[in-house]
Design a protein around this ligand. Structure first.
Ligand code: EPZ
Length: 451
């Protein structure tokens, strides 16, 4: 059993207010983008999470000076002295995150060589990087996979290309963006992902001097430029964290106001939340005016009492229902009357965590068939990627081991909703993506303690 354990005395509704900062899945990429510039960049609202530390460490190894700015959560990234790092030093970060794969293009541009360690990230499917490698080769990179990691060179430089992704992968789209901006000529990417975090990354790159056009039908065109400068950027808020706390409010029959949460990037989630029977109120941020100090906006989520309703939902790429919202919300669905159906179409193995919920009293059956309206890539490939949740079920305490980041948070929500005392092992993994989650839990009145 992992030594990092949180004891959770469940059964108390969570009540109160917490704040989310910049989105993990944008901040880490914006930090990599700073490597492309020849001037310092400034990033605000950076959460204190492990993924940020990993990227900070890797940037530091490559000569990018990363310092804390004056404002809490402000980072200054100075790429003036970019240099090669030793493979041994880089390998210290092997297995810790998936972000290192995005260093390929920037390092090739800056140094003509890149070494990428073995990737980490959550075990929610095989998570291949074939699209990344195909795209990099199209740009002119030579990729050499070795047991110690991946070496890349670009003997003739990197040039613009036309590339169509077999699936709108977030990471592969970012790979193309971060490589194409300084490549020689024009790049056309078809079937690109257009998640809000990607659009925000495009904003960062545009601030640096890039020329990027997002056309209709998932086509992105990038006109390579000879140099990029720095940026100053306040990232979009973390819509995955916001939805996780919303799910916690619903599952524990509580009320949580998530300051910083932004409606526009959560519309699909909000519709499902309301269909289940949850309620929310969006408040806008008001600037200071004469006689009033101004207020920070956000979204207040609550359980209005009575019974929740079952729903059928399907995860999808943006603007669909995010795969990362799925696990936390399923805990709330165990409390809804009737049969809910969840069809996971982004990752083939993202329902394994439901076993732990069953151990706690939930009734969740997983299927290999596509139970949603549309057949997906996994339907005929023997992956258990659909779930039927029968509710409401009374959850009881259990000992749980956290398997991955989002499933980990769902375990935590289940323990908070359950009657009795649960022990949640491997809880430090949650720090990869949720800033100060233990302090936030305490602020919301949760009874949790480290033994
Ligand atoms: C990003 O992962 C996020 N991670 C994930 O969040 C998120 O779940 C995912 O996008 C989808 O929104 C970060 O941004 C760091 P993908 P990414 O490439 O980029 C397949 C979290 O908890 N694929 O869009 O790795 C892949 O196997 C994490 O914050 C290939 O087949 O996701 C998957 O089935 C978890 N070949 C699908 O595409 C490739 O070369 C989508 O993956 C690349 C991807």
């Amino acid at each position: 059993m992992p030594e990092d354990v949180l004891v959770v005395h469940g059964g108390t509704p969570l009540h109160g207010q917490i704040r989310v900062r910049g989105a993990k899945n944008l901040v880490s990429k914006a930090m990599v983008a700073a490597l492309l510039g020849d001037e310092p960049s400034r990033l605000y609202d950076v959460p204190r999470i492990r993924d940020v530390e990993v990227v900070r460490g890797l940037l530091g190894l490559h000569g990018v000076k990363v310092t804390d700015g004056v404002e809490d959560g402000e980072l200054v990234l100075d790429p003036a002295n970019v240099e090669r790092a030793s493979t041994d030093e880089i390998n210290v970060h092997a297995g810790s995150s998936r972000i290192p794969i995005l260093f390929c293009g920037p390092l090739l541009h800056r140094l003509g060589h890149a070494f990428i360690p073995d990737l980490g990230g959550c075990h929610i499917g095989p998570r291949p990087i074939d699209f990344h490698i195909q795209a990099l080769r199209e740009f002119g990179a030579v990729v050499d996979k070795t047991p110690e990691g991946m070496h890349l060179t670009a003997p003739a430089g990197l040039h613009g290309t036309k590339f169509e992704l077999p699936y709108p992968s977030v990471g592969a789209t970012e790979q193309v963006l971060l490589t194409a901006v300084l490549a020689n000529g024009v790049t056309e990417l078809r079937n690109a992902a257009v998640e809000p975090e990607i659009i925000d990354l495009i904003c960062v790159l545009q601030k640096m001097g890039a020329i990027i056009t997002v056309h209709t039908d998932r086509v992105i065109e990038i006109e390579g430029v000879p140099r990029l400068g720095g940026y100053t950027h306040r990232p979009i808020p973390d819509r995955i964290e916001a939805a996780s706390w919303a799910a916690a409010a619903l599952a524990t029959r509580g009320e949580i106001e998530v300051l910083g949460a932004q409606q526009v990037d959560m519309m699909t989630f909000l519709n499902v939340f309301r269909s289940i029977g949850g309620e929310y109120k969006v408040t806008d941020t008001l600037p200071p005016r004469a006689g009033s100090p101004g207020t920070e906006g956000g979204i207040r989520f609550w359980h209005p009492g009575g019974e929740l309703r079952a729903v059928a939902l399907e995860t999808d790429v943006h603007p669909g229902f995010m795969t990362d919202w799925q696990q936390p919300l399923v805990v709330a669905l165990t409390q809804a009357r009737g049969l809910s159906i969840v069809h996971e179409t982004v990752y083939e193995q993202r329902l394994g965590y439901t076993e732990a919920l069953n151990k706690m009293g939930a009734t969740i059956q997983v299927y290999r068939d596509c139970l949603g309206g549309t057949p997906c890539r996994f339907g005929r490939r023997n992956f258990k990627h659909s779930a039927v949740i029968a509710g409401p079920s009374k959850l009881h305490a259990a000992d749980l081991v956290i398997p991955d980041l989002r499933a980990g948070f769902s375990h935590l929500i289940a323990a908070l909703a359950a009657e009795g005392t649960s022990r949640v092992y491997g809880v430090d993994l949650i720090n990869r993506g949720y800033e100060d989650f233990e302090s936030k839990l305490s602020a919301l009145g949760a009874h949790v303690e480290r033994p």
